[in-house]
Design a protein around this ligand. Sequence first.
Ligand SMILES: [Mn+2]
Length: 503
Amino acid sequence: MKLPRAALRQCSRQLRPHSNWSHQFAKSSLVPSLSSPSLSTPCRTYATATPPPKIVSAADLEFGQPVYETHPHMLQPGELTPGITAQEYHDRRSKLAFALPENGIAILASSELKYKSGAVFFPFRQDSNFLYLTGFSEPESLAIIQKTGPKPGDYVFHLFCRPKDPRAEQWSGPWSGLQAAEDVFNADFTGDISRVESLLPPILRGASKVYTDITPTTPITGQLVTNLISHLHLPTTPLFGLVNSLRAIKSPAEISNMRHAGRVSGRALTSAMRRTWSSEKDLESYLNYAFTANGLSGPAYVPVVAGGSRGNMIHYVHNNRLLSPNEMVLVDAGGEYGTYITDITRTWPVNGKFSPAQRDLYEAVLTVQRKMVSLCREDAALSLDQIHRLTESGLKEQLTQLGFDFGHGGGRMDVLFPHHVGHYVGLDVHDTPGYSRGLTLRQGHAVTIEPGIYVPVDDERYPEHFRGLAVRIEDSVVVDVDSPLILTTEAVKEVVDIEALRE
Ligand SMILES: [Mn+2]
């Protein structure tokens, strides 16, 4: 049984000196030497002559990401990333290892820096599965989780990354190095990523099967790792399915992060609804600022800010037209906290007051949205796919009452509502890709519920006063046993509440 030392190490963390850290404090030259000439003189001892301990506070070091000692304004003691403790990362690896066959091994590659153009790069974003299992947010890294026995906790965690390199870090900013991989990120073994070719074979040799999503085209290590695996004739299988089934059910800490992202983002949207915006870009800028200024790390995805009939384009992200007072604006925007996202859409009249047609269509979508949110509970025993079909029939019924004709040659639901009602959310906006929407929802699943109606501008099959109107209403929701936990409830959505914001 592996001791849960991950948590223990996090208390009053002190690091053993790394070669590049130690030069100022590892000197022990004050120890009297037998061969020293001082033997011939009376020997005194001084308190200051005691060799300094070979440890250094983590607060005096630089890491590749915030840690509690350097960023106490962002992390609590014991946390490796906001809200998520080292113990929880250990538990995730432990669960993964437990799910592997005897002597199974999982290998994950980090993301690499991506370039926008020439030397201009995007902010680094760690691969979600890598992050989920390690909390380590650096490129040029390889994580290996090796099952060593049948019990939970029987595993070994290897983390290969970049050794400290003061000259390179002077250019790129700090990274964490091998000692921190062990002392902060709780790797059992670490190694220089540039030596993977010699470090990996001894680990692989005893493996029964390799679980990995690494392919020859994976940057930095892909070719090498796949060559080594095939050279050793090891059976391989994709890893993402196992990780998805862990990631799909959120822990209390993850739900708390998502709730925080939802609360702050929801308030930002409500606050945006109070004002009359004249351009999509101004509204987008305001939301991005409000997310960040209120403690989130930034927008979770490129937002949709679509005035009028531009809302009919599901992923309209140009956000560069002017808004006219008599139209509605559809805003799909959410922030991110500790790499957990929230996904919200609201649609409201630019001038703050719904016209009769806008209100009717809005209420139709809202009625169905509310009903579908209420079904996000374990005791309803429904899957996202089943909720989607209920949404379609609910919307069709609402629209029929508003005079839409779905008879022969009439309107079509796949035109008016062309997307799915929801998707899983978590570290990614479309979380756990490949995880089926046909599974019955259960406690800990986190999903969106986002029905929409998009009426084409000039299609005579639809009532004239609704043409060109687009409405989508979306909340992020965690499934509980007998009720949904709505993460984004601070974003108002009732007609009276939206209109009251301007009174
Ligand atoms: Mn969504």
